[in-house]
Every structure is written in C-alpha cells, then in structure tokens.
Design a protein around this ligand. Structure first.
Ligand code: ADP
Ligand code: GN1
Ligand code: MG
Length: 363
C-alpha cells in the first residue's frame, strides 16, 4: 500500500518542509518510514490498527513513558548529548495530538530520528548484547516508579496458555488445509505443554510481580550508538504495558543469542550462543537486578525457552490461519519462522543447566 507522505507530514508540526520519505526497518506489524524535511530527519509510522485497536490509548502510554524517562534524565542532571537521546521525541499534530489521523482513517505518529545510532537484526558481539540488554534493563528500572498503570494495548499478549489455545483453534479450523504439513512442529509444541503456565502460575502464587515492561524486546528495538557502542534508546513502544520482566528477558534471549536470522532456512545455523546469553544476563541485571527477587532471577533462563516457543506458536498459528497477522515476504514464511524458533528452543533447553549456574554465580 502506498501513501501520500507529504500530506501526512503536513498533518504534523515539524521543523522544515517535507523533502522525501522512504520505507525503513524490518518490523512485521507497522509501516515505518524515514522522512527528511529541510531541517530534520524523522521516523513516520502508520500504526497497524487491525492489531492495535485503540491507538489513542497506545499513544497515551507512549507519551507517559517518554515523559517519565525525560523526567529521569532531568533528575540525573546529565547534560551530555547521549543522555538526551534516551527518550523518543514525539511530534504533535496541528491539532496538538501526539498522532495524526488522515482522511482515509490511517493513524500516524512521528518522532525525531536518532542520528549516529543503528539497530541490529543479528547481534555481532557480546558487547552489543550487553549494551542492548542493559538498555532494556534500565528501561524497566526507569519505569519502575511510574505512577498509575498503563493501558493494555493487546490483552493477554504474553499469556502463553492462551497463545496455545489460539493455535489449537487454528488447527481445528485449518482454513488453508495446512495442518497436514506441520505435525513435527505441533508434536514439539504440545510436548512442552506443561511448561506454558509456569510464569502465569508464579504470578498467581505471589512469587512473580507485574511491572511495566516493553514486551517486544527484539534486539532491533534498541538503538546502539555508532560511536560509543552503548544502547542509548529503547524504541517500538507499542506494547509497553503491565507485564513480567521475563517477557522482556526471554525475547532478548530469543533474538540476541542466535547467529541466524529469525527466518533462517538452514536450521544448522540456528542455536543459542552461550557467550551471548552471558552478556545479555549481565547487561539486563545491571539495571533490572536492582529490583528482581531471587525467584524472578531463577526463572530468567527458562523465560528464554518459553518466549521463543511462544513466538513459535504464534508464527505457526498465523501460518495455519493463512498469514493474516505477521507481514510475510515469501511462501511458508511463517512456517520457516516457526521452525527456527523450535530449533532455538531446543538449543536453549539443552543449555539450561549451565545458564542456571550462571544466574546463581551472579547472585
Ligand atoms: P516496527 O518494528 O514496528 O516496524 P520500529 O519502531 O521498531 O517499528 O522501527 C523500525 C526501525 O526503524 C527500527 O528497527 C530502527 O532501525 C528504526 N528506527 C525507529 N525509530 C528510530 C529513531 N527514533 N531513530 C533512528 N532509527 C529509528
Ligand atoms: C512483531 O513489530 P515487530 O516486528 O517489532 C510482534 C512481536 C513478535 C515479533 C516477532 C505487536 O514485532 O510480538 O515477537 O514480531 N509484535 C506484535 O518477530 O505482535
Ligand atoms: Mg521494531
């Protein structure tokens, strides 16, 4: 779908006149563009309102989160430019809203493009893993004292048993006749069934506590500074809402430890690199370690397996449902993505004792 981006830009109060805009990034949900005006570079995004049904509430979260982090930066009295880039700078529409709705009912937001920083789909070094995980850990720490409870932008987003139920429903419906192709994947997913409620049960038992979490901590959702190599700014704030710290750490393990892409076809390339896990754990604990209790820490390695399988379940569900949720770029793309998740979950499973030992060592 193409859009008249210069007229979308005119819906916002920006610095300078519209010059051009190009598609940007590798996200599966929204439409993202890098946009240039005569004076400034911006990110312009069309929110997927089929998935985010109440985008105003989502943007309300977005602004609350960014201004809370701004408050933290101000309190630290840091004047170096790096600290100023820690929170996204959201632009206002001509009506004064943090979003703009165009005449076709498309829902847009815009913020300043952070220069001299980039995201990585595949992490290259343990230093990058540490930096990215520290940024996400500090993000949770920054938000730990935010007043009020955020809106839930997608209900039960990380409720793994409900994700499994959705897979079972898609399997029963089998609208595209694809169920016959996916028996090995189903077998593995169902064989782990008893683990899917572990985190939810932990919350019910009062061992684990709801906090404000990001919930989509794919490692390409943090900007790494080109010069210092530090994780400077957490982005893609659509799913920031009440959740467990494990959802964030688990997704970091899923996306930060394998040397292969999420949709890699050669499964022999997929697996968890322990040195990357080590760096992620240390990085995350450098911030989140300040508020996590011993039981919460103990469950961090398991969260890597759980969230990897949960996303695998979601990819398989979407494959069976006819690819209606995640953007796909080739036939069987969602099935390929599911297979890499399963391979990675198996690799994590085989290294759990060593991962657990590291958690104990780090206290
Ligand atoms: P999605 O994943 O939903 O498409 P993101 O908000 O993650 O959307 O943006 C997509 C990509 O655009 C990111 O991975 C990142 O590379 C880049 N990006 C997003 N926001 C900024 C920003 N403020 N400054 C620089 N790059 C950004
Ligand atoms: C989606 O938008 P993006 O690409 O950062 C998805 C995540 C999945 C991820 C899998 C709102 O994230 O939950 O983990 O794809 N976001 C939503 O790559 O469903
Ligand atoms: Mg993203």
């Amino acid at each position: 779908m193409e859009f008249d981006l210069s007229s979308v830009a005119a819906g916002f109060v920006l610095d300078g006149g519209f010059v051009s805009a190009e598609r940007f990034g590798t996200g599966h949900i929204n439409d993202t563009f890098k946009m240039y005006t005569t004076n400034q570079t911006y990110i312009l995004q069309r929110i997927n309102t089929t998935i985010f049904k109440q985008p105003e509430l989502l943007m309300d979260n977005f602004v609350r989160v960014c201004s809370h982090i701004e408050g933290k930066i101000a309190a630290e009295k840091k004047i170096d430019p790096a600290s100023r880039r820690r929170a996204l700078q959201v632009m206002r529409s001509r009506e004064g809203n943090p979003f703009y709705r165009d005449e076709n009912n498309n829902f847009w937001r815009c913020y300043i493009y952070v220069d001299q920083a980039r995201t990585y789909d595949i992490l290259e070094t343990p230093q990058q893993a540490y930096a990215a995980a520290a940024a996400f850990g500090n993000f949770q720490l920054d938000l730990a004292d935010m007043p009020g409870r955020l809106n839930e932008t997608i209900a039960d987003f990380h409720h793994t048993p409900k994700r499994l139920a959705a897979l079972e429903a898609a399997l029963a419906a089998d609208v595209k006749g694809r169920a016959k192709e996916v028996q090995p994947e189903l077998d593995y997913i169902f064989s782990n069934r008893e683990e899917y409620s572990l985190l939810i049960d932990g919350m019910d038992k009062g061992e684990l506590f709801e906090r404000t979490t990001h919930n989509d901590t794919k490692l390409n959702n943090v900007l790494i500074d080109d010069v210092t190599g530090e994780g400077i700014c957490v982005i893609d704030l659509d799913t920031v809402m009440p959740g467990l710290p494990h959802y964030d750490f688990g997704d970091m393990v899923r996306t930060g430890t394998s040397p292969a892409a999420e949709d890699e076809l050669d499964l022999s390339k997929v697996g968890m690199r322990f040195e990357m896990f080590d760096a992620l754990l240390r990085g995350f604990l450098s911030g989140a370690g300040k508020f996590l209790n011993p039981r919460e820490k103990e469950l961090l390695p398991f969260s890597g397996k759980l969230i990897t399988l949960e996303i695998g379940i979601r990819f398989l569900t979407d494959y069976l449902a006819g690819d209606v949720y995640f953007k796909i770029h080739r036939e069987k793309h969602n099935l390929d993505r599911c297979r890499t998740q399963i391979k990675l979950a198996q690799s994590i499973q085989s290294q759990l004792p060593r991962m657990q030992k590291l958690v104990e060592e780090l206290g």
